[in-house]
Design a protein around this ligand. Sequence first.
Ligand code: KIV
Ligand code: ZN
Length: 497
Amino acid sequence: MSEKIIVFDTTLRDGEQVPGCQLNTVEKIEVARALELLGVDVIEAGFPISSPGDFHSVVEISKAVTKPVICGLTRAVEKDIDVAAEALQYAKRKRIHTGIGTSPYHIKYKLNSTPDKIMERAVAAVKYAKKFVEDVEFYAEDAGRSDNEYLARVVEAVIAAGATVVNIPDTTGYCLPHEFGEKIRYLMENVSNVHKAVISTHCHNDLGMATANTIEGVLNGARQVEVTLNGIGERAGNTSLEEVVMILKSHKNLPVYTEINTKQIYKTSRLVSSLMNMPIQPNKAIVGRNAFAHSSGIHQDGVLKNRENYEIINPKDVGIKESSIQLTARSGRAALKHRLKILGYDFSKDEIDKIYDRFLALADKKKDIKDDDLRALVGKAAREDRAIKLELLQVVCGKSSVPMATVRLKINNEIHSATASGNGPIDAAFTAVKQLVKRKVNLEEFLIQAITRGSDDLGKVHVQIENRGKLYYGFSASTDIITGAVEAFVDAISKII
Ligand code: KIV
Ligand code: ZN
């Protein structure tokens, strides 16, 4: 039978501890509401004694969110527990999370104590918290580096004192996955009353093993996972919610499930990232910009034939509309044709071949080709047949030089050249073009616009000219704005002819 894994989200506590990620109460409520929609079971809303702001946030989140359990963190100190209980007074379902360090490092160097005294403080803290709430979670800080035999005795004692959940944090992110799994298994097999509580994982990512350790914990008996959105948290962060949830969902043979509404993952991840000013690395599993983007020609072709050739998760399952085929110099014709089709263009094989050559030329200059670039490219191909074509353009310009332009045009299959000066390279080139076409044209409108961003961008040029009282419109796009301007001018003049 499949067993439920309780998802305990600590984005607002361990995640929010990160310098620069602090949220105000209104923002915390917004995140808490999003976490409720996401379907997390427990929200660790803060560490109430740490500051009046944290206290206030726990109070307000307790009022605003009703479905998940609201949890407040404390040390194994009575005053902390008093303040947490007060902050949680409005919570419909509440939990106090208290604890103390159990590793030799913490016992000796942080707490200047002994294992027996720590055991007494742990038990006393749980008993004290029980006076305020039924649901008490105990954390054995630095359990990852704690001696298993001593840890088992502490866990047994706190469960006997009334702890409903016992958290086994790998506070420093040191454990190897098999070691962490064995630790959980050891507790499951050696704590006589372990069935009276839920064992929880709380892993940090200092060596990049937080997700692997959490999964090992679950495979060995843990039934609660402590996680954050986007894996944010102290130092290298905590276990990321989206990774654990999607691992458990994707591996259907595992005897466990979560009740997370996975379609909310992407939205919630973006909300947390933007409110906390914490950009998501592009290759971050599940929620990174590139997590569902295919850029090599072989992969793109494979995905277009069958998504599952290169995707183990349906992007829709995490709330992303579709995987993206990134058009770059490594893309093939299949990807180009596919994107053009989405944009409403249906070209023959020969036409695609022509557009593909232009596409590669552009992709060599511009790393990432966007839809607007493609539209411009297609428009350019359609203008192939016009009567006047720009064959060559050379300009001289710059500080302390007279702007000059040499233009060579093919007009009805005959080559004509002219050189002119102007108040800038575009003005000089337009003058040369006018000399060659022998038409009186007035420039009515001239607009250059960047399509996306960056100095490697395509510039879109719109031109409107007047000839004998009639207006003609020309368009072009190029990474070279002077060439683009002249192309657009020639495009408009072609229409007169
Ligand atoms: O990493 C840790 O040990 C913690 C505890 C306070 C639960 O965050
Ligand atoms: Zn932590």
